[in-house]
Design a protein around this ligand. Structure first.
Ligand code: ATP
Length: 307
């Protein structure tokens, strides 16, 4: 029987997201405080029949069907690209694979859904190639170098916890986790926002911030202190493209969020609460209003093999 390899990886929020001016390489330098949430993508990998290539099946019952249907299953899926690149890095032909992705992270929501899939695939491929072809397992640092070629958020999804991301967000400095529990409500939009469009709006608004020192972030001592430290330079750009997001942020704050903010490039709103009970209660209010609202806890483990 074919061996089954299972792996998972977390969603991210950017607790702090500072964005610099567009550089000559076509990218914006960022200074980001990443935080992993226990909203995980589950990936299952088995060897396919010889000559069948890579087949990908995507499903998930906690997200709107439109989200699941918008994920490509061909070679443009980030997981497909991960398999091809990983084999290439080892100097091996791409193996025949059957891949199942259980999605829980809103698609095109600014929460690194595709990047989490790639990060889960990296640890799954690392194990698959070792077990099937006897290649040496790569370290997390080596996986992160490959991951950075696939997307800026992939290295963080490998590390998880809390970390500073610089460069394009892909240069990771892991930090000690926060010492208190954080509870989140994630309010997904039925329509996505494309990251390049949000950056284009950001350039048009033209407000770049000076980067602050994030190295002491583990010393934040309460939900209230964290809430007042949170910031996102892309928020005005996301609001300009989807004005309803600004109303949703206000509504979440009125409902008792310590802080509500656009996650990364949006349009998902991440709202921080000081208790799990309050987070659950508010998510129910949003669901009753027709929103897709998910709850999660912060500081989750990075991508890992699951049994
Ligand atoms: P980020 O926060 O890293 O900018 P995101 O969470 O906003 O990313 P994704 O969910 O990664 O966005 O999706 C962005 C686009 O990537 C989708 O519209 C989809 O077409 C494409 N895509 C390719 N592979 C995947 C995948 N495995 N999962 C989700 N989307 C994928």
């Amino acid at each position: 029987m074919n061996r089954i390899i299972r792996a998972s990886a977390p969603a991210k929020v950017n607790l702090v997201f500072e964005v610099g001016q567009l550089a000559n390489d076509g990218y914006h330098p960022v200074n980001s405080l990443y935080f992993a949430l226990d909203l995980r993508e589950d990936l299952t990998l088995v060897r396919g029949e010889a000559g069948t290539g890579i087949s990908i099946y995507v499903h998930g019952d906690s997200l709107p069907e439109a989200h699941i249907n918008s994920v490509p299953t061909d070679q443009s899926n980030l997981v497909h690209k991960t398999a091809v690149l990983f084999a290439e890095k080892l100097g091996m032909p791409t193996p025949d694979l059957m891949i199942d992705i259980h999605k829980r992270i809103p698609v095109a929501g600014g929460m690194a859904g595709g990047s989490a899939d790639a990060a889960a695939m990296l640890v799954a491929m690392n194990e698959f190639m070792h077990q099937e072809l006897g290649t040496a397992r790569l370290s997390i640092e080596q996986l992160a170098v490959i991951g950075a070629e696939l997307g800026s958020d992939v290295p963080f999804c490998l590390y998880g916890g809390m970390a500073i991301g610089t460069g394009h967000g892909d240069e990771i400095t892991p930090l000690a986790n926060l010492e208190f529990e954080t509870n989140w409500v994630l309010c997904a939009s039925s329509k996505g926002l494309s990251t390049p469009t949000v950056y284009a709006a950001f350039d048009e608004i033209g407000q770049h911030s000076a980067f602050t020192d994030l190295s002491d972030s583990s010393k934040l001592s309460s939900v209230a202190e964290l809430g007042s430290r949170m910031s996102n330079d892309l928020e005005p750009a996301a609001f300009s493209l989807m004005p309803a997001l600004s109303e949703l942020v206000s509504q979440l704050q009125e409902l008792g969020a310590t802080r509500a903010m656009v996650s990364g490039s949006g349009p998902t709103i991440a709202a921080l609460f000081d208790s799990e009970a309050k987070a659950i209660e508010v998510s129910k209010v949003l669901v009753d209003q027709g929103f897709v609202a998910l709850t999660a806890k912060g500081g989750a483990q990075g991508s890992r093999l699951d049994s």
